[in-house]
Write a protein that binds this ligand. Structure first.
Ligand SMILES: Nc1ncnc2c1ncn2[C@@H]1O[C@H](COP(=O)(O)OP(=O)(O)OP(=O)(O)O)[C@@H](O)[C@H]1O
Length: 218
């Protein structure tokens, strides 16, 4: 589904990614591990095409992604970081936000409130949370809303970059359950998940890739 070929990223004289190649297949659940500073976030952001590359090609569904194919690709391959940005607005407005983007409108997707409410319920939140200001949510709830905002646009791959690093045990369990519900819903869905918690990597992924110094080492 997704082929990364020889991705390199340099900033000044520093090499952040050094000729990284990787295939992500439909249904994959990949754990990306490595010491702090080894390049995991840099690789995840590169896969999401959020940062420029000096070298390399990203192919999605057999097509190299460049120029006018990038915006559509960004809807299918989505990055979720540790502290996602929320609008100072209610949860519903936050969930509706992607649907105001021209690129999403082009796909014909529209915001489905009932679907949003059913995902909230899977996380254990009642429908009236839709009216709550997102700034008043707990860290775990905010992360769940950020995940739902991604899910509602129907991506193929989610890049989960230490999504639960700052959460308590209960919120971690609920987030993992929500993520599993998304993945199990369609077998072709895939994720790459970075975490310093080895137990979480074991729970949430089928194969592990290790990075060091901007390279995949195993
Ligand atoms: N924009 C940038 N400019 C310069 N150096 C950067 C930039 N972004 C990241 N780096 C450096 O690249 C290296 C890899 O950073 P990255 O955040 O990808 O590591 P990581 O493996 O995700 O670490 P952690 O596990 O702590 O999150 C680090 O040395 C970091 O300081």
């Amino acid at each position: 589904m997704l082929n990364l070929l020889n991705l390199s990223r340099r900033v000044g004289d520093k090499t952040l990614l050094d000729h990284v190649s990787l295939s992500i297949d439909a249904g994959d659940a990949i754990g990306l591990v490595g010491p702090s500073g080894s390049g995991k976030s840099t690789l995840m952001r590169a896969i999401a095409m959020l940062d420029p590359l000096n070298e390399g090609v990203i192919e999605f569904a057999g097509q190299p992604i460049t120029g006018n194919t990038v915006p559509g690709y960004r809807l299918k391959v989505v990055y979720l970081g540790q502290r996602p940005t929320m609008l100072d607005a209610n949860v519903e407005d936050n969930l509706r936000l992607p649907f105001s983007f021209a690129q999403v409108a082009k796909t014909g997707l529209s915001f489905d409130r009932d679907e949003a409410v059913s995902w909230l319920a899977k996380y254990g939140l009642p429908a009236d949370v839709m009216r709550q200001n997102a700034m008043t949510l707990s860290g775990g709830q905010r992360q769940a809303i950020a995940m739902l905002r991604a899910i509602l646009v129907d991506p193929s791959v989610i890049l989960l970059d230490e999504p639960t690093a700052s959460l308590d045990e209960d919120s971690i369990a609920k987030f993992e359950k929500l993520a599993k519900a998304w993945k199990d819903d369609k077998p072709a869905r895939a994720w790459v998940w970075t975490s310093h918690d080895r137990d979480q990597v074991t729970r949430m992924t089928d194969r592990t890739i290790s990075m060091n110094s901007g390279r995949i080492v195993s």
